[in-house]
Write a protein of this length. Structure first.
Length: 824
């Protein structure tokens, strides 16, 4: 017994040190003293001595840096150098681009919540709010999405004009160049609001403000290029596009086959140095009407006109539309969301070297330029458009489910519909928090490489789920296209968001964890970087420091994961209030579990993990859900811990944690080295999988929140265009919602009388009169019922067409659409 007690005391002391991440010296002292005291008090001198010898054998050599480096780190450095896959230049560039924000804490196994909660609350400036309330509101009032998507296949000329005049294309351009110089939050809010009215308009506005000529010029352009282009881009005098993708270069953009050969050509009578470009690009947004084309190509200098190097690498140029030989103007047709998108071709097109972005010295730096700028646009464009879409789904589906009656009840009352409504509400809460967090990261000056991939993937995936649920709840009303259908086009366009700016399967399987593990891990990148240090002494020193930090980190995460697992996340540091404290603790647990699994997976599989995409994707999911859950908690704090939002937060949080658990379970279950998988299972799930998805009762509360006016619903639909204008069916439907709800008890009285056989008339209006006569309802109540029924009819109605009208839509004489012809 005394032996067990002594062993246990030593184990607990070691565990406590590992849990709290003390240094080796503290561990040696704490464990030594505990062993000595407990061992002697318990009367186990032999065990005490043996344990002290073991502890000393571990601590002493490790606490002698010179010895440790020579005997342990040096041989390990050799092995590490052999097994570490050499990073390609492309991977190296991707890893070096971007910064690490709070996601680094989530990867640490012990997040510092104070760091998250002390970040400034993202807010719009007065000027930005005025823009949302002014030009954005006016633009929304001009949008007729049916006209755009069906009749014109383009934005009408007045909308183009309004967008340009009000500088919607200049949101990221500084004021000194005539732009709006908006914060990322404002940029996101504008896109969200536009997306609630038209995916086509939102996409059109998003592209010039994302990765493209303006962004690239701002970072790398010469003064001359900036002064020429930026003021013109800001007011839409120049329409930009950026052409990277081609038939052979999609997800793997670096495999582009487009090339430029350095040569001399006489231009306007003068011999000019330039590149002869041959390219075949496709899917390029705004290309059909672009006046300036950003072009990515590989540049070669076979005659060594610029220097020794022949293959200079990926290079970026800006070609004016008037460039001889540029073939541009044809359109693709992306899933009935007819924003301008098309191919761009050219054969032996001459472009002077002055067209290279940044000038000739930037030749070959194109990939780095793209990757460095990618995260900022990716953090905003797609996440914001998706967030606008889900916000509108809350507004529309919440109202429609309340006013649409079947079996004598609002369809919102049926549990099956309630399930879909709960998903719409909960996922919208999560998506909105995620978008806000990534915009805030950009505004803090970060280049959020990993969060932007998380945001792009999850906002669009959840957008897909929500769009599907919204369609299901709308039934035939969602299916029948026409001016009255406000849901169908958003649903149709979902795969576009899934595909662009990093197709989702690749983003999930390759990028989130692949970049996250190396960038956010506190030691892996340092270990890898140590390999490239030329001086052996420095290399060994750096490697040794990172390696032993890493070992301590791994042990700590194993202990933390196990301890928090067996206690059901009931202990440990936490932030928040009495309601959210348990949430922070749960995240502590899964952060430790992720850090542990990441280390074990990387350690055991090494470079092969890159090809085990299904494992990598699942670990990426855990990182993503940790990030999203943190974003929700931050939003809850920033909005003053509103009690009304708690069901939404709870639903979305449980969904995230449940998904985290399932992702970890899947990763461990499929880990190829089974004994390692078994060990991980014990450390991560000591009592099995205990997390459960949101309960039905919680789902009911969420559904109730989104089907009635209220502050939580208002926050969920923030920035949705809900003004009840003639072009905004959803706005008008939401405006009717209070009356719909007020009419419900009256309707029940009316139905009771109806069922009791009190009416002889067959039509509704006459029955209302009879109900008043029979004193089943009052005159005022009858008027309310009639008003609601009449107004609701518009919302439950769908369109029908003369067959000729539909034929005309399919067999168009004018394939480019009227609007395009006018605008071009
Ligand atoms: C409407 C629209 C607008 C666009 N706008 C522009 C633009 O303005 N400028 C521009 O340059 N490009 C643009 N693109 C191109 C867009 O970025 C590419 O479509 C995207 O990069 C994917 O390339 P791909 O379509 O060729 O798919 P592919 O590369 O053929 O991929 C097909 C599938 O394989 C998956 N996949 C590929 N590699 C991997 C991997 N290693 N691991 C796991 N899965 C993988 C992908 O995720 C995808 O699901 C646009 C595309 C569309 C559809």
């Amino acid at each position: 017994m005394s032996v067990i007690l002594t062993l246990l005391a030593a184990l607990i002391a070691s565990g406590a040190c590992a849990y709290h991440r003390t240094g080796l010296r503290t561990w040696a002292i704490a464990t030594g003293v505990t062993t000595l005291v407990v061992g002697l008090l318990a009367g186990a001198p032999v065990t005490t001595v043996v344990l002290l010898i073991i502890e000393a054998a571990i601590a002493v050599p490790l606490l002698m840096p010179a010895f440790r480096r020579r005997q342990i780190s040096a041989p390990l450095l050799k092995i590490f150098a052999k097994v570490t896959p050499k990073l390609s230049d492309t991977e190296q560039t991707a890893l070096e681009a971007g910064t690490v924000g709070f996601e680094g804490e989530l990867f640490s196994g012990k997040p510092d919540w104070h760091q998250l909660l002390s970040q400034p609350k993202p807010e719009l400036s007065v000027e930005e709010q005025a823009f949302l309330d002014g030009p954005v509101e006016q633009l929304c009032a001009m949008i007729d999405d049916w006209q755009i998507t069906h009749e014109l296949g383009d934005l009408p000329p007045a909308v183009w004009e309004f967008i340009k005049k009000n500088k919607f294309f200049g949101m990221i351009i500084p004021k000194q160049y005539g732009g709006l110089q908006f914060s990322a939050l404002a940029h996101s809010a504008v896109l969200q609001k536009l997306a609630t009215m038209s995916a086509t308009v939102a996409s059109t506005v998003a592209v010039p403000n994302s990765l493209g000529p303006a962004e690239l010029l701002l970072h790398y352009g010469s003064e001359e290029q900036k002064n020429h282009y930026l003021p013109r881009l800001a007011v839409g005098e120049e329409i930009p596009c950026f052409a990277l993708t081609g038939p052979y270069a999609g997800s793997d953009a670096t495999s582009l086959t487009d090339y430029g050969i350095v040569c001399k050509q006489v231009v306007d009578g003068a011999e000019t140095l330039g590149v002869k470009l041959t390219f075949d690009k496709r899917y390029i947004t705004l290309a059909p009407i672009a006046t300036v084309v950003g072009l990515a190509f590989r540049m070669y200098d076979p005659e060594h006109l610029l220097g020794d190097k022949e293959d200079l690498g990926i290079t970026l140029a800006l070609l004016p539309r008037s460039t001889p030989g540029l073939q541009i103007g044809r359109r693709h047709f992306p899933l009935n969301i007819p924003f301008q998108n098309g191919p761009v071709h050219g054969k032996d097109v001459f472009a002077p070297l002055t067209t290279l972005i940044g000038g000739p010295h930037m030749a070959g730096h194109g990939w780095r330029m793209l990757v460095e700028c990618l995260s900022v646009g990716r953090a905003i464009s797609l996440p914001s458009n998706a967030t606008g879409g889900v916000r509108m789904a809350v507004a529309a589906t919440g109202a429609y489910a309340r006013l649409r009656k079947q079996f004598g009840l609002s369809i919102a009352r049926f549990e099956g519909v309630e399930e879909a409504l709960a998903r719409i509400g909960g996922l919208t809460y999560a998506t909105a928090a995620l978008s806000r967090a990534t915009a805030a990261a950009v505004d803090r000056g970060e280049k959020p490489a990993v969060p932007s991939a998380i945001a792009k993937y999850h906002a669009t995936e959840w957008g897909r789920i929500v769009a599907g649920d919204a369609m299901d709840v709308h039934g035939g009303k969602g299916v029948q296209l026409g001016p009255k259908n406000y849901a169908g086009r958003s649903w149709q366009g979902v795969p576009i968001a899934i595909t662009v700016e990093g197709a989702n399967i690749m983003t999930r399987s390759l990028m989130i964890f692949g970049q996250g593990a190396i960038r956010c891990h506190p030691y892996v990148l340092k270990e890898m970087q140590a390999l490239s240090i030329a001086d052996y002494g420095d290399r060994l020193k750096t490697f040794d420091r990172a390696l032993f930090g890493h070992i301590g980190f791994g042990i700590s995460n194993a202990v933390r994961s196990f301890t928090l697992g067996i206690t059901g996340s009931a202990i440990g540091d936490a932030a928040g209030d009495a309601y959210t404290r348990r949430y922070y603790r749960k995240l502590n647990r899964y952060s430790a579990a992720l850090a542990l699994c990441a280390d074990v997976f990387m350690g055991v599989l090494g470079g092969k993990l890159k090809f085990k995409e299904k494992l990598s994707a699942r670990l990426g999911d855990v990182l993503s859900y940790l990030y999203i859950a943190s974003a929700m908690l931050k939003r809850y704090e920033d909005t003053g811990r509103p009690e009304a939002d708690r069901p939404l937060l709870a639903w979305a949080f449980h969904e995230c944690v449940w998904r985290m658990q399932m992702a970890l379970d899947g990763a461990i279950r499929n880990f190829p080295v089974r004994p390692v998988g078994w060990l991980l299972r014990v450390l991560v799930f000591p009592f099995g999988r205990r997390e459960v998805p949101p309960s039905d009762r919680l789902g009911r509360r969420v559904a109730a929140l989104i089907t009635a006016p209220g502050e939580a619903r208002d926050r969920l639909t923030q920035w949705a265009y809900l003004t009840p204008t003639a072009n905004n069916t959803v706005g008008r439907m939401c405006a009717l919602l209070p009356d719909v709800i007020a009419a419900e008890p009256v309707e029940r009285k009316f139905q009771k009388a109806q069922k009791a056989g009190q009416f002889v008339s067959r039509d509704y209006d006459s029955q209302l009169l009879e109900a008043v006569k029979a004193a089943a309802i009052t005159e005022g109540e009858a008027a309310l019922l009639k008003r609601v029924r009449d107004a609701s009819f518009e919302f439950i109605s769908v369109d029908d067409f003369d067959p000729k009208e539909l034929r005309a839509a399919v067999v168009r004489d004018e394939p480019t659409g009227k609007g395009l012809a006018d605008a071009a």
